[in-house]
Design a protein around this ligand. Structure first.
Ligand SMILES: *[C@@H]1O[C@H](CO)[C@@H](O)[C@H](O)[C@H]1NC(C)=O
Ligand SMILES: *[C@@H]1O[C@H](CO)[C@@H](O)[C@H](O)[C@H]1NC(C)=O
Ligand SMILES: *[C@@H]1O[C@H](CO)[C@@H](O)[C@H](O)[C@H]1NC(C)=O
Ligand SMILES: *[C@@H]1O[C@H](CO)[C@@H](O)[C@H](O)[C@H]1NC(C)=O
Ligand SMILES: *[C@@H]1O[C@H](CO)[C@@H](O)[C@H](O)[C@H]1NC(C)=O
Ligand SMILES: *[C@@H]1O[C@H](CO)[C@@H](O)[C@H](O)[C@H]1NC(C)=O
Ligand SMILES: *[C@@H]1O[C@H](CO)[C@@H](O)[C@H](O)[C@H]1NC(C)=O
Length: 457
């Protein structure tokens, strides 16, 4: 169904409507209301969370249902015990810190880790160090300070409700606050080596959708990082277009330094938008799911599929394991469908078992609530929100009833970075660019959605 849908990158209302019409051609008419959902995770005790779905028909996106009894669990801020050594200014980044602690809220952090929590935590580290450089003139913490500072950051976030052990969840080390192997960390030296006005012009504002393909800012960051990284090597290689493999680590470390410099030139809010936009480009390229052994599916579905029921049972059981892992974006779901399809094909499953067994993209996502409905995050996910009555909420993509596409040689790879894109990133793109709050997004979508229905009638 989705194969024929293509959208230009510059989203317009019309294109969204078009997509909605096509995407929910079957489903919307039968039950228009199930397409508009606010999802919320309601926290009780750590480790015991029951994600709930709230089907809503009105533009009121997050119904405060079943508020957990001591509301204080959502509002208590404990005073963090700080090392006293770290001079990062947590006060100046207060709103950033509170967004991060909600994105990484308690027991939900692992579920949101890949798409929302860790990207936001990484952005926070970059911004904190970047802001500090305005005073110190250095785009890194030294090794002595990195450890206590990382610990302080964790304490500050945990004090506002974030989960413990975020550095494990997000693989953060104290070296992520230093210059690591990048040979340049002083602001003055940086600005002498890099065309900083060009860098700033390319990155001070990014279009989170176009950037992933045009790579205007990413290209400028790579150029700058490569320049910095090559300082330590043979000066002759500065002229060459080739970067030796041993340089890649150094270039990556220098990219972090470049990001900190950018963050020092922008206010924390805009820096966060830019950094998250850049991270999203990478997040959406990779399926984060771990595929367990598929021998059982192979046995039931291989060699021409003699027993369709057995095959689909095996397939459904397999997919249900994937559904316990993590929340993913719609574009990640496309990646996951392709990856799984290719793996199954390696097991000689040649028939399209996705269409045979009605596997859809949202089947790859964490299932929420007793209705067993998938929630795909938009490709440009907005931050989670915290309501002291209803808990943690986040937005799921409405266009989530899209059949998974069986990979075929002619359609490989399903690159979202093309002049056509099958899944619209509009909801969050609007969010990221204009700073509309989530309610507006849902209202906006609802309008588009109703119009789509009217166009069908
Ligand atoms: C919230 O804070 C108050 C006062 O600091 C404390 O008595 C209470 O136990 C805390 N509640 C939770 C759930 O931590
Ligand atoms: C931290 O930032 C706040 C607000 O920008 C400012 O008032 C305060 O003086 C700063 N503190 C330090 C130690 O620089
Ligand atoms: C690390 O930085 C702090 C503050 O700038 C400074 O006091 C300290 O001496 C530095 N340590 C090292 C090992 O350079
Ligand atoms: C953090 O540092 C480790 C190595 O110390 C590196 O592998 C990892 O990519 C870094 N993470 C980020 C977000 O820079
Ligand atoms: C920086 O880049 C801009 C735009 O590409 C260019 O006009 C300018 O001359 C460059 N400045 C330096 C110092 O290279
Ligand atoms: C797939 O089929 C080929 C030829 O029919 C066979 O050689 C190969 O072992 C099979 N692979 C698997 C994983 O069953
Ligand atoms: C875009 O997609 C079309 C059709 O799927 C393909 O032929 C083309 O090579 C793709 N372009 C890029 C830049 O990936």
């Amino acid at each position: 169904m989705n194969a024929g849908v293509s959208l230009e990158h510059n989203f317009s209302m019309l294109l969204l409507k078009l997509f909605v019409v096509l995407a929910c051609f079957h489903e919307c008419l039968s039950d228009p209301q199930v397409h508009h959902k606010g999802y919320m995770l309601t926290g009780r005790a750590t480790g015991d969370f029951v994600p709930k779905i709230t089907p809503t028909a009105s533009p009121q996106p997050f119904l405060p249902l079943l508020a957990p009894s001591p509301l204080s669990t959502f509002t208590n801020s404990t005073s963090p015990k700080l090392s006293g050594l770290c001079m990062l200014n947590f006060t100046a980044a207060q709103s950033l810190i509170s967004i991060t602690s909600i994105d990484c809220w308690a027991a939900f952090a692992p579920l949101l880790a890949n798409v929302i929590c860790c990207p936001q935590l990484h952005a926070t580290l970059v911004i904190l160090v970047g802001q500090l450089s305005k005073e110190t003139g250095v785009l890194a913490l030294n090794r002595t300070l990195a450890k206590p500072c990382l610990s302080d950051i964790e304490q500050v976030l945990a004090g506002q409700g974030a989960g413990d052990g975020l550095n494990q969840v997000c693989s953060i080390h104290s070296s992520n606050l230093t210059e690591a192997s990048c040979p340049v960390k002083d602001v003055d030296e940086f600005e002498n080596m890099v065309n900083s006005s060009e860098l700033l012009a390319s990155c001070e504002k990014i279009d989170p959708v176009k950037e992933c393909c045009d790579q205007v800012c990413q290209g400028a960051i790579s150029d700058a990082a490569t320049r910095l990284a090559l300082k330590a090597s043979d000066p002759l290689s500065m002229d060459g277009p080739h970067v030796l493999p041993q340089h890649t680590t150094r270039i990556n470390d220098c990219k972090t330094v470049v990001l900190r410099w950018l963050a020092s030139k922008l206010d924390p809010y805009h820096a966060k938008e830019v950094l998250r936009g850049l991270t999203n480009c990478n997040v959406n390229k990779v399926c984060p799911l771990v595929f367990p052994n598929m021998k059982h599916v192979a046995n039931s579905c291989g060699n021409g599929i003699s027993d369709q029921t057995a095959c689909c049972d095996a397939m459904n059981s397999y997919v249900s394991h994937l559904q316990k892992q993590t929340l993913i974006t719609n574009l990640q779901a496309l990646d996951c469908a392709t990856s799984l399809g290719l793996k199954l094909q390696k097991y000689n499953i040649t028939k399209d078992v996705y269409s045979l067994c009605h596997i859809s993209l949202k089947d790859f996502s964490l299932q929420v609530g007793s209705q067993e409905s998938g929630c795909l995050l938009p490709s440009l996910p907005s931050d989670a929100t915290l309501d002291k009555f209803s808990g943690i909420s986040f937005i799921c993509d409405l266009n989530d009833n899209i059949p998974a596409q069986w990979p075929s040689l002619s359609l490989l790879p399903a690159s979202s970075c093309n002049k056509t894109i099958r899944i619209p990133a509009l909801p969050a793109a609007t969010n990221a660019q204009s700073g509309l709050n989530t309610e507006y997004i849902l209202v906006y979508l609802l309008v588009a959605y109703s119009t789509a229905i009217m166009m069908l009638l």
